[in-house]
Ligand binder design. Sequence first.
Ligand SMILES: *Cc1c(COP(=O)(O)O)cnc(C)c1O
Length: 379
Amino acid sequence: MHFGTKAIHAGQHPDAEAGAVMTPIYQTSTYVQKSPGDHKGFEYSRTQNPTRMALEKNLAALENGKYGLCFGSGMAAIDTLMRVFKPGDEIVATNDLYGGTYRLFTKVFAPMGYKFTFVDLGDLDAVKNAVNENTKMIWAETPTNPTMKIYDIRALAEIAKGVDSLLAVDNTFATPYFQTPLELGADLVMHSVTKYLAGHSDVVMGALVVKSDELAEKLYFLQNSCGAVPGPQDSFLVLRGIKTLHLRMQRHFENAEKIVAYLQGKKAIKNLYYPGLPSHPRHEVAKVQMRGFGGMISFDLHDNTMEAASKIVSNVKVFTLAESLGGVESLIGHPASMTHASIPSEERAKSGVTDSLIRLSVGVEDITDLIADLEQAFE
Ligand SMILES: *Cc1c(COP(=O)(O)O)cnc(C)c1O
């Protein structure tokens, strides 16, 4: 099956009870047993819930994995994954990391004795130097948030295999529509389902997708033991959102390309970050491992001050100034004071998150209105 067909059908079938075409919201915590242990495979909704399981199967199919697991948020997904490891284990992560992941690693797990090394995953020699026999996972985001760096998933997978470590990829920005890391050698894909997969800015959820039976078994044990599962109502909303994932991603991408072309003519802009630009330092890698470049764009200004950026982000009318991304509506953000405020300013600047950096999550509105809105904000 191809992507759009899987988005609509994978993991779902008409309900046995009434023939409902849409997966019902199984709003129940428990399930009947005829006699002790004699049941239909469902005992308690932390362990199994049919609505959540339909979504988990759908995500596994979209990522060309074997097993999907959903969690109450993207952070809960990473938190559960980290419990596969033990204190003393080492994780090599990109130095251009989603702020919440950086906080979880450095403020929650590092004090417990887990070791983290942050390197530029684009510098493969630096990655080879950073890994050793204690390395249990390489953690990559590509494209990264918010400076849209691209890392070579195949090359990282090879380095990870060399030291018997996992390669995990946060695929939130690209979505499986544009990039399927498991096919490029990654062992695990993580999603903030909150973003493009749910797609309507009305759900917070996370997911992990894997191929290996052994890793899946550990993760299912932890999902049930730690219990950070999403409810059936949210699972239903995401199943519905995913039915249009391919249509939305195509439009996000088309709109983003037109906005990039518009921004290229703006003299106030210093750096424009978009993996689809031939001038992007890893455009060639992006072309090989992605089927399109998505809807996220960042840029900073020659006038590199909070004030200059603030003027633009405060004057938009169609774009909304807000954290998050991936919804049908266009959002604008100022990472230094919003999503990346938890990263110290020197660390931030090292990865390009300057004071004037502005991030756009380009929605699926009419492109003429989006460009007119940016134009009046620049004025
Ligand atoms: C939002 C986000 C997360 C965290 O997910 P939540 O659902 O907010 O917990 C992780 N990685 C990336 C790239 C994100 O954008």
